[in-house]
Design a protein around this ligand. Structure first.
Ligand code: ADP
Ligand code: MG
Length: 316
């Protein structure tokens, strides 16, 4: 009798026992395809094995997976279908290659009161515009983890954009998350709303505040990162499945390891760094001016631009 030695389950991978498989599943890596697509660093951090062993597991997963290939031309064709939401600043739109793009995660990090939420409000209004006006004709799911959603601000920004404030507010579905459990579940259960209401933008403001408040100390870090990882994977999946944009805001800390230059570093570690398609860093300048730096993008050069945050919203 020939025994089937094929790799089918996570436990079939070298170095992955039941405990590691459990960790992987709870972090959203529920099949070998997902392991095949992960990086050794990510995997070793997640389940606490050496990068070398993680590499072996990934290689085995890749061998066992029928990897779907596309030609560059096919990928290009798909990229043409990617939508963009204008930020209302032509400088920032240009920096982003046309605006905040769908099918990916755009992260904005910066200090308190730097304008992260305000830009979220602007995007929540602009996504409702028709495509030829910089929108996506869509609605918004706003996951508010800090209690800073302000309908009055939306009204002012909507009026500034020449829209009916009442209609604009009707198209923003706000959920106030008070625990990471609520935050995670909102994303987990968003599919129905997204389909029925044509949601084209999901805002998580802010991504990390509840995670930081709930998981305190070094001992909790691993668990926090696992839960965070699963959350981000779900957001990315929503972006892919429904061609929508994800805008997340993030807090910062001072990184003492940076001796020269600006030590301001986004929190959340490598999991966010890897998952965010586009990373922006915003900081205050004089009066209403804000300097926005494109830190990381798959296809745009690094650069900086200045925007203004006015009573009517974002301006050049
Ligand atoms: N009605 C308004 N008119 C003009 N500027 C405003 C208004 N409301 C908020 N702002 C500006 O936005 C800042 C707060 O930005 P916000 O996006 O809430 O910060 P955070 O980065 O902490 O999310 C305020 O300090 C102020 O400069
Ligand atoms: Mg805020």
């Amino acid at each position: 009798m020939v025994k089937d030695k094929g790799v089918h389950e996570l436990e079939d991978l070298p170095g992955i026992g039941p405990a590691a498989a459990l960790k992987l599943r709870s972090a959203g890596y529920d099949n070998i395809e997902k392991v095949a697509a992960s990086s050794p660093y990510e995997l070793s951090e997640l389940i606490g094995i050496s990068a070398e062993n993680a590499k072996k597991a990934i290689e085995a997963a890749r061998e066992a997976t029928n990897i779907e290939v596309q030609t560059g031309a096919e990928v290009l064709e798909k990229r043409k279908a990617i939508g963009r939401i204008s930020t209302s600043s032509s400088g920032l739109d240009e920096l982003l290659g046309g605006g905040v793009e769908t099918n990916g995660i755009t992260e904005m990090y910066g200090r308190f009161a730097s304008g992260k939420t305000q830009l979220g409000f602007q995007l929540a209004v602009n996504v409702q515009l028709p495509v030829n006006k910089g929108g996506l004709d869509g609605t918004v799911l706003f996951i508010d983890t800090e209690g800073t959603f302000r309908p009055e601000r939306i009204e002012s920004i909507a009026k500034g954009a020449g829209l009916d404030p009442k209609k604009v507010l009707d198209n923003i579905f706000v959920t106030r998350a008070r625990s990471t459990e609520q935050q995670v579940l909102t994303a987990e259960r968003a599919d129905k709303l997204v389909r029925e209401k044509n949601v084209k933008l999901i805002i998580v403001d802010s991504l990390m505040s509840l995670f930081r408040a709930e998981f305190i100390g070094r001992g909790a870090l691993n668990e926090r990162q696992q839960k965070l990882n699963a959350h981000i994977h779900k957001l990315q999946k929503l972006a892919d499945d429904y061609s929508l944009a994800i805008y997340i805001t993030n807090q910062v800390m001072d990184n003492p390891a940076i001796l020269f230059g600006d030590p301001t570093t986004p929190v959340g570690g490598n999991i966010i760094a890897h998952a965010a398609t586009t990373r922006l860093y915003v900081r205050k300048s004089k009066e209403e001016k804000r300097i926005i730096r494109l830190v990381d993008s798959p296809n745009m050069p690094e650069g900086e631009t200045v925007i203004k945050i006015t009573p009517e919203g974002v301006k050049d």
